[in-house]
Design a protein around this ligand. Structure first.
Ligand SMILES: Nc1ncnc2c1ncn2[C@@H]1O[C@H](COP(=O)(O)OP(=O)(O)OP(=O)(O)O)[C@@H](O)[C@H]1O
Ligand SMILES: [Mg+2]
Length: 452
């Protein structure tokens, strides 16, 4: 079964037009044919009536009509019908006709051919027969009938083409609509504009909009729930952490101390997980924060200040190459979260003694921040998956919740920042290089006066 509405419409309309065209064509053909035959009969009768009025003396051998150049078969023959006996043709064109032919029009078989014959008794009492070959009459009628319906038949393909185009253009808004929805980001649930849509599909789109609204509401409730749950869990976890700290001061056996250390590291991991969970839920649920103008280099410096102890602990060297003073208009707090997660990853997943390079480049209309480490990197097949919540690479020994890059993805999409992964060392396929492409002017992010 054909499921395409466009094809079904086109085929149904085409079939309907062809049925109508064949019916109308046949009727037109028949009526043109009958008219021509009727005209020819009229002609025979009119010639008969003229002869009657003129009262001309008729030759015994008959008369053949026609003019120079006229078709031999199409001529009209006039002959007398002799009373009583079967008339004997004196000439080749005179037919052998029975003398008792009835008055009026008739079709008669004579000398192996059919003739249309008009018999009339003149005032003088002479009976005449006007005859014409039926074959020729029919040929003329066919020709006329075809001529009458030919323009109509020629227009049928044109009509089919117009219908196909029309159906396509009528369904174009539906195609545009599906393209618009396909091109949306996962979290883009805003209502579809219906003002430019045809009235017939508006109820359908309204229903989709209502569904989008419900999905948005459900998502918001779920995110709020996650944020509330993470928030609520923080209090008992902090109490647990305090209790564990107090335990440290108590007298414990070495086995007890080992167990306490494991307990504390477990609590720390749970705290880190709750922190990331809360950050992700808040980032997803919160409305976009206000944009401010700030210098990227300064923001990187602030983020590094917090992360330097961890880097020093692992003896990792961090180089910052920020020529110029690139300033952007964006959400400073959220960009700080992005940089924090990316640099934290770089430090965490680069082995001790490694190196991280951070570069800020200013190009026409955009600022690029590139963070490259010389750790193991991420295999190309997982470049998409690492941005999914809770996804961590196999064999990962570092503690972590797998939420950092999901937070990064949520923020960069919202701030219209591009993100690209690559290897720091292309030949070896090692080291992770992450580039952030921050536009300096977008509709939501107008150009900074006096900048770029
Ligand atoms: N610079 C990097 N080098 C190698 N692997 C990385 C790097 N950054 C991220 N990864 C891999 O991607 C995974 C996902 O990173 P993500 O930041 O989302 O989570 P996480 O670091 O495990 O936990 P979290 O950041 O929430 O504490 C990591 O577990 C790690 O396997
Ligand atoms: Mg991380």
């Amino acid at each position: 079964m054909i499921t395409s509405l466009q094809w079904r419409l086109s085929l149904t309309l085409t079939a309907a037009i062809l049925v109508v065209a064949v019916g109308a064509g046949w009727l037109g053909f028949r009526s043109a044919y009958d008219d021509t035959i009727g005209l020819q009969d009229d002609l025979l009768m009119q010639v008969g009536s003229l002869l009657d009025r003129l009262e001309v003396a008729l030759p015994d051998e008959g008369l053949v009509g026609g003019y120079p150049g006229a078709d031999h078969e199409s001529r009209i023959t006039l002959q007398k019908l002799d009373g009583g006996e079967h008339a004997q043709p004196s000439q080749e064109h005179v037919l052998s006709l029975p003398a008792d032919l009835p008055e009026g029009l008739q079709t008669v078989l004579a000398q192996g051919e059919y003739f249309r014959i008009y018999v009339r008794t003149l005032h003088s009492g002479v009976r005449i027969a006007l005859s014409q070959e039926t074959d020729v009459r029919e040929q003329i009628a066919y020709r006329n009938a075809w001529r009458a319906i030919l323009p109509f038949l020629a227009l049928v393909p044109l009509l089919l083409l117009v219908i196909h185009r029309l159906v396509r253009s009528l369904l174009a808004p539906v195609n545009l609509l599906s393209q618009e929805i396909d091109g949306r980001r996962d979290d883009d649930l805003h209502a579809i504009a219906t003002t430019t849509l045809p009235r017939e599909i508006r109820p359908f789109v309204d229903a989709i909009n209502r569904l989008l609204q419900r999905v948005g509401d459900t998502l918001a409730v779920q995110r709020r729930f996650v944020a509330d749950a993470a928030h609520e869990l923080r209090t008992p976890l902090t109490a647990l952490s305090l209790q564990a700290e107090r335990f440290e001061q108590a007298e414990l056996t070495s086995d007890g101390r080992q167990r306490l250390a494991r307990l504390r590291s477990g609590i720390d991991r749970a705290k880190a997980l709750l922190h990331q969970l809360l950050t992700l839920a808040r980032t997803q649920a919160a409305p976009p924060r206000e944009n401010t103008v700030f210098a990227v280099r300064e923001l990187i410096r602030q983020v590094l200040e917090n992360l330097l102890p961890l880097a020093q602990q692992k003896d990792i060297e961090i180089g910052v190459d920020a020529c110029g003073d690139a300033r952007i208009r964006s959400s400073e707090l959220e960009l700080a979260l992005v940089l924090n997660n990316l640099i934290d990853n770089a430090i965490r997943y680069t082995p001790s003694g490694g190196r991280i390079d951070i570069a800020v480049q200013e190009q026409a209309g955009q600022v690029r921040v590139v963070i490259a480490d010389n750790g193991p990197g991420i295999p190309v097949a997982q470049w998409q998956q690492v941005f999914e919540p809770f996804y961590r690479l196999n064999g990962n020994q570092e503690p972590g919740s797998g939420l950092g890059l999901a937070i990064v993805k949520t923020i960069v999409e919202r701030l219209h920042i591009g993100i690209a992964l690559a290897f720091s060392d292309q030949d070896q396929g090692t080291g992770l290089q992450i580039s952030l492409i921050i536009p300096t002017a977008t509709p939501a992010n107008p150009a900074i006066p006096g900048q770029l």
